[in-house]
Design a binder for this molecule. Sequence first.
Ligand code: UDP
Length: 316
Amino acid sequence: MSERKRVLITGAAGFLGSHLCDRFIKEGYHVIGMDNLITGSLSNIEHLFKLEQFEFYHHDVSKFVFVPGKLDYILHFASPASPIDYLKIPIQTLKVGSLGTHNLLGLARAKKARMLIASTSEVYGDPNVHPQNEDYWGNVNPIGPRGVYDEAKRFQEAITMAYHTYHQLETRIIRIFNTYGPRMRLDDGRALPAFMGQALRGQDITVFGDGSQTRSFCYVDDLVEGIYRLLLSDYANPVNIGNPDEITIKQFAEEIIALTGTKQKIIYNPLPTDDPKQRRPDITRAKEILGWEPKVQRKEGLKITFDYFKNLPEFK
Ligand code: UDP
């Protein structure tokens, strides 16, 4: 039997990290998960602990990272990823994107591994160009509340590119747009878990601002497919992965009200500072280079996600 390929996934206990662990296990890899569990939860990966092709390190990648044995791939998905999380832990957010990325690039070099980093549509900030393609440089406020995340991710792209050009390291950069699905944290403050949690608890639905700001929501399985294809491609420049189906937050709240059957109403709260007014990925590059496009319609994805939340112990 040929030896399994070995992949290190940081942020393994988080929303995206845990789905990636599942996918790579399914593809026959040996998966090494790493997480410091600040925002992740072991419940997302506990089903993997019984497998001999899975191992887990409880570790903060901002500190020196050691993994014994060979590594073929590193996927860096560790980071707080929601605005309320990075407001609560701004320094850790900066460190995991900067120091953490540097440590992992060093590890990738030592192991001759290919490294994929999870970048974000936040590198475009509150965009002046719509939809956003990869050549747009962005409109980011470095010292605003989102700056700790946005600038860490921009630095992450810069240092990853530097390792690619200076050290000839094999690197991949994915820019992830809003993604949703089972295993999101109900209290992470983002629109979808906030609205579904409110519907399940019989609370009013909190739309920020007048709800005219837009987002484009991608179902997690589609995103994971895009990541998998990008990792195995030979393309080193950034690639947007997201669903271009754009919707206002007010419409999104109304869809969730209809789906959940809640009798609650929408209430309007102040818009957070620097909240992007519009966001939609231009996915031409992903289509051309990866032959990828999203398949799951919002209606279907929202239903699967709501079923997941409904079945959490809190609501049984
Ligand atoms: N939002 C909202 N109510 C909430 C949480 C979020 O109206 O309870 C809005 C938020 O202001 C933003 C949009 O929904 O305009 C998406 O927010 P999220 O935090 O999900 O993602 P991001 O802003 O990072 O795209």
